[in-house]
Design a protein around this ligand. Structure first.
Ligand SMILES: C[S@@+](CC[C@H](N)C(=O)[O-])C[C@H]1O[C@@H](n2cnc3c(N)ncnc32)[C@H](O)[C@@H]1O
Length: 404
């Protein structure tokens, strides 16, 4: 543990008790095994704080906490017993504050009072919408510096994220926050990362993945000739967990029915850092909870800091930068998985993606969406084969062939 001295630790504990009354949570020293718990807890809180210790584990924990809109603090490496740990955590770009232990309680105690944490409408940002230095100017600045256009995203999500950043800087006037962004490119990067929200996990929503195997992957594998490739596209794959989960399911099915069809898995995202993480395929021990012992021994290699995806599984997935909204799509796909991305896009943009998915899918292909996602107009209810799985009707026959 790199969080010292004990008096500060006690303050954090006291804060934790107090904060449970105000919809807050404090994530304490991240032992490896606590990360699954972090992730689960982080989903349910508006605000959380994390103390980063172990480097890689810290990265995933920080991503989960940031994704849930929480606060991430790393100890100032100068004050740490083992400075490399917080230094690497800071290098991930996911840390909100780098502080010496004696300054942490202040950060923890002032953050909850900001309107963002206390809930309700993001008033400061709403007030500035349309005015000089308001939301439009902020998004233009992000576009200029990071080349990504967040005007296609749900306004409520964007407002919340901007207000979160304002809360961290204790700024309540949006024009002042815009001034800060103009002066500080690091702050633009931080806002950009908040807007991406790349929380993920292996087999996220276990039941949906079981359904997918039974209702989509099994019939697809059965329908393939020995040398005919099975093609999958994971759009918005974040740090790779979903892409590897699907590759595992496919390998299992192919082995079970003794088919030899090659697998082509394309995984895309706009976050280059998340993709680099995905390519390395090293994950913390806590993934054992989501992956399970059998798959862990078949598809992973034990490492000092956790598990690395086996070389053969890594080789089967190609990770590439791609903007789903503006870049050309892939084609001739048997399955497209686009989970927990559409919920962040505005309705018009969701609608515009319908022809893109239609174009990219083979006749009889499948679209796998997230738990609370659907796209109006993309297939009538009868085309849904199960939880979040849309069976795309045959383009050639013009009719709908429902799978078994
Ligand atoms: C909440 S994560 C979902 C990850 C994974 N699909 C899952 O369900 O666990 C959303 C991901 O979508 C990515 N994303 C956001 N906008 C995107 C876009 N326009 N094109 C491609 N990826 C995008 C983000 O970078 C992030 O990694």
């Amino acid at each position: 543990m790199s969080f010292r001295p004990i008096s500060t630790w006690r303050s954090a504990k006291e804060f934790c008790t107090w904060s449970s009354l105000s919809n807050m949570a404090v994530f304490e020293c991240p032992s490896i095994s606590s990360f699954a718990h972090w992730r689960r807890t982080a989903r349910n809180v508006r605000s959380a704080s994390s103390f980063l210790g172990q480097v890689r584990m810290g990265t995933l924990g920080a991503r989960a906490v940031r994704g849930a809109g929480g606060l991430v603090i790393a100890q100032d490496p100068q004050t740490a017993q083992f400075g490399d740990m917080p230094r690497s955590a800071v290098a991930t770009g996911l840390v909100d504050f780098v502080l010496s232990p004696n300054r942490m309680p202040e950060a923890l105690l002032t953050y909850p009072w900001h309107p963002y944490v206390r809930g309700g409408e993001p008033e400061a940002v709403l007030e500035g919408t349309g005015k000089p230095g308001g939301l439009q100017d902020i998004l233009s600045l992000v576009m200029t510096q990071r080349g990504r256009d967040f005007r296609f995203y749900k306004k409520s999500m964007v407002l919340r994220r901007v207000e979160r950043r304002m809360g961290l800087h204790r700024i309540s006037d949006v024009a002042r926050y815009y001034d800060l962004l103009r002066q500080d490119t690091d702050e633009v990067t931080q806002l950009f990362k908040d807007l991406l929200i790349n929380v993920t996990s292996f087999f996220r929503d276990t039941e949906a993945f079981k359904d997918l195997r039974q209702k989509a992957i099994a019939p697809l594998v059965r329908s393939k000739q020995a040398d005919e490739p099975l093609r999958i596209w994971i759009a918005g794959c974040s740090s790779g967990e979903e892409a590897y989960s699907l590759a595992m399911l496919m390998m299992e099915e192919i082995t079970e029915v003794r088919k030899n069809c090659p697998m082509q898995v394309f995984a895309t995202d706009i976050d280059e850092e998340a993709l680099e993480f995905a390519r390395q395929g090293i994950y913390p021990e806590s993934i054992a909870v989501d992956v399970g012992p059998e798959r862990l021994s078949r598809f992973f290699i034990r490492e000092d800091q956790g598990y690395q995806v086996s070389k053969s599984l890594r080789k089967s997935v190609v990770f590439t930068v791609q903007n789903l909204i503006t870049d050309p799509p892939f084609s001739k796909m048997d399955l497209i998985s686009c989970r927990n991305l559409l919920i962040y896009l505005d309705t018009d943009t969701q609608q515009k993606l319908i022809p893109l998915f239609t174009f990219a899918l083979n006749p009889g292909g499948y679209l796998f969406l997230g738990k609370s996602e659907g796209i109006g107009g993309l297939g009538r209810r009868s085309h849904w084969t199960g939880r979040n799985i849309l069976f795309y009707p045959s383009k050639e026959k013009g009719g709908i062939t429902m799978p078994d």
